[in-house]
Every structure is written in C-alpha cells, then in structure tokens.
Design a protein around this ligand. Sequence first.
Ligand code: NAD
Length: 478
Amino acid sequence: MDKTHLLIDNQDVTTDEYLEVRDPGRHTDVVGLLAQGTAAQVDQAVQAAHRAYTAWKHVPLAERQALLLKAADLLAAEGPKVAELMARESGMLVPTNTAEAGMSAAIIRDNVELATDYLKPLQVEDELSWVSVEKMPVGVIAGIIPWNAPIILTMRKLAPALVCGNTLVLKPAPTAALGLSALLKKIAALFPPGVINVVHGGAEVGQALTTHPLVRKVSFTGGGTVAKAIMKAAADTIKGVQFELGGNDPAIVLADANLDDVIPKIVGGVFRRSGQFCFAVKRIYVHASIYDAFFERFCAEVDKFKVGHPLAAGATFGPINNAAQFRYLQDLTARTRAAGAEVIELGSKVDEATWNEGYYMRPTVVRNAAPDLEVVVNEQFGPIIPIVSFTDEDEVVRLANDSELGLASSVWSTDADRAVAIANRIEAGMTFINNAGTSRIGQKNSPFGGVKQSGIGRESSEVGLSEYVEYHAINFHK
Ligand code: NAD
C-alpha cells in the first residue's frame, strides 16, 4: 500500500501513525496511507520554512517567477496523471480533477504575470526628500486547505505566497491529500529545500501550525467553525489571517430570464462536484410568473445525472466526500421532509447493488421552499437545492441579504441594466450575471472571496497578491 509522508526540506519524513484513506465511493477500499504528523514535526517544518525564507526572500523576482512557471508546466503535465487517484480518495469525477490541474496551472501563471507590476515599489520625490514604499514578503505562511478542490485551493495560496518571496507550510485535508501531495512533492523539488513543506493531520496539527510563533500568517480555506478556532489560535502571536469560508449563494431568476440559457448553467452552478464547492448556487429564487416552467425544466435537466463511483462507466455525479458531511446531508434532507416541504430526488443510480457501499446521494430538489426553511437559510455544501418563489424584487434582495454569509451570488435576466442594478444591491464578494462561475478573465482579475462571515481578505488578482506582502516605507531626507 502506498504511503504518503510529510515533506520537510524536500525530504520525505515518516511518522509513527498513518491514516487509512478510504474511497468514499466504496468504503471497503483503502486508497492509500497518510502520515499523521505531530506538533514536533510541525515545528520541524516551520523551522525549515523559516531557514529557507532567509534566502528565498532575496532571490530576484525574475528567478522566482521562472521557477513558478516551471511549476505551472509541471502541474499541467503531471496533474492529469493523478486524476484517478484523486477520484478514488475524494469522490470527485476524473474530468473534474483533470480540468482542475489545468486551471491551477493558469492560476500560477496569472500570479507570475501580475507580480511584475504589483511588486514594483511606489516612489515619490520632492526637493527635500524621497519616499520608496517597498513590498516585502511576510515570512512563513501556513496554508490550510479543504478537501473539495484541493489543487486549485492550494495553488491560490502557493503561487502568490512564493512569487512575493514567502515560504510555506501546507496542510491538506486528510480526505483529499494523496494526489495533491504527489504533485506538491514534484513541485517542491523545483525550489530550494524548505520553500514548500507539507504536514498532514487533523485539528492537532492545525493547532500546532496556527500557534507557532514563526508562522507569520495563516491562509485558510474551509468552514466557519474551524476559522473561529484559527483566529483564536493566531491571536497570541498576532498573526495575520486570510479566510475563504462558506457561502449560501443566492441565485435570483427574474421573470424575463431566458430559460434555454439559464437551465443548463444554473444546474452546473448547483451540482458541479455534487454540490460540494464554496460558491455553488445554494438557494434559487425564481419569479412566480415562471416558477412552474423553471421547475419543470430544471428537474428534467437534473434528472439526467447518473450517480455512481467516479471510475464507473457512465457516472456523471460522484459521492459525498466524507462520513460527517454525508450524515449532515442525510439528516438535513430528513428534516426538510419533516418540515412538510416537497423533496424530490432525481437522477439515476449507476449501480443499485453497490449503492450502500459509498456515500451516495441523488441530486435533490425542494419545491416551493419557504424562505425560512433550514435548507434555505443554512449552507448545505452538497446536492440538495431549495427553489423559492418570489414576486417582489425588493423582497428578494432582502431575502438574499438576510444571511451571515456573503460569498457569491447570481442574477439571471435578459435585461442587463436591471440585472446590474440588482447585483449592486447584493451583499456578497462576487456576483455573476447570467452565469454561476468565473470566466477566464474573471479568474485572473476578480478578487475571490466573501463578505460578512464568508471570509477575511481575498484570493486571486492583485488583491490576492496583497495578502502576501508587508509594506516597508523608506523615507530619505536629502
Ligand atoms: P473544514 O473547516 O472542516 O476543514 C478545512 C481544513 O482545516 C482541513 O485541512 C482540516 O483538517 C483543517 N482543520 C480542522 N481543524 C483545524 C484546526 N483546529 N486548526 C487548523 N486547521 C484545522 O472544512 P471542510 O469541511 O474541509 O470544507 C468545507 C467548508 O469549506 C465549507 O464551508 C465550504 O464552503 C468551505 N470552502 C470555502 C471555499 C472558499 O474559497 N471560500 C472553498 C472551498 C471550501
């Protein structure tokens, strides 16, 4: 059985304990063994990153950029080779994982390109003095990653951190660490030892990392509960935090929306990764005048999904990633039914005989959901979607904003001015009009992140780079 170890100073480091990583689509299969680090090994990794930092921060920008471009090429070439392993450990479909490698390579290239202008110092001068505002790296960064899109979410931290001259200790999620770690080992080998280190484990390793005095900033993607623990852990050593957290993204479908265009896009926006992504559409508000037509066509499209093991022929919809999330979704569905809502399970089973051997759930739609139903007001992070009817635009904007979360959102209409006017009233970090996902220029130029309890700070774009610099103002008196 393959073992994935810790990676410190570009060396494999073994641990006393290894976790059996099981296939969420077939529990009897152990996919690999994952090292479980200790607090002492976290210290070893942080010390390595700190040693490396003292030299890496002085490596000229052009050299850092050249190494990152090599990393992008490597990821594009090697990423697809771990797509099956990732499918088996995380439940995500193989084409999803292959596409993720390509998108992640693009993320690295975008950061390399943006850094050239972004890192130039701001210089001003008058007859008495000059000032130069230099952008300095922050130091050792702890990057903590969830399971749902592990390569993309890692590269959104790794690329800006390294191009700005920081070093990293990364902690992947235990249920999506194997494929990612195989790639990280190859990428790390392109860089001096200690620039990229990887520790594995759960909350204890996370705690050791987020309290370590030499870690200067924590960049975390995950849920709000862990984010609160990290913020407390980081307080004693006054670390900066950057958080990408959950969303409960509303989609507002106006009466004039073109359903031919909307239906396939919104279905993808809800059910990609079996609904397990942060900026998935998580509640749909449809104007009453088109509700029935929307509902019928939405369900017909959703019914095409074939739920099964990601490696099974014909499967277009994988399992839920882990036991806790599966149980939460099962209970949430039961509570939604018990509350009297009409809950409809769609799609077909690829293999009835093995259905109970994995965390399988059919795509589920809630008809005429009341606006205050639990499944409407809380993030599901899975394949159950409530569809709410509305008649008044002011009321639907109020409902959209009546949440502690504010990650993304979408507005669907053939009237551009009306859609933009509504977009401007939504409390969210991102709004998509007539789509539910980033475009190529969106990925490069849009700051990605949320308002309120959906996060602190942003990833991607120049704003994402700004998370990884400190300012050093040098004021020269003539
Ligand atoms: P999670 O918060 O349970 O875990 C995320 C990571 O934190 C894992 O690596 C985990 O091992 C680690 N961790 C656990 N306890 C820790 C502790 N005490 N200290 C430090 N690290 C600790 O999240 P998850 O279940 O893996 O992911 C689902 C959540 O992530 C959802 O809420 C989703 O919306 C959110 N998410 C947000 C984004 C975004 O960009 N905004 C992207 C993906 C997922």
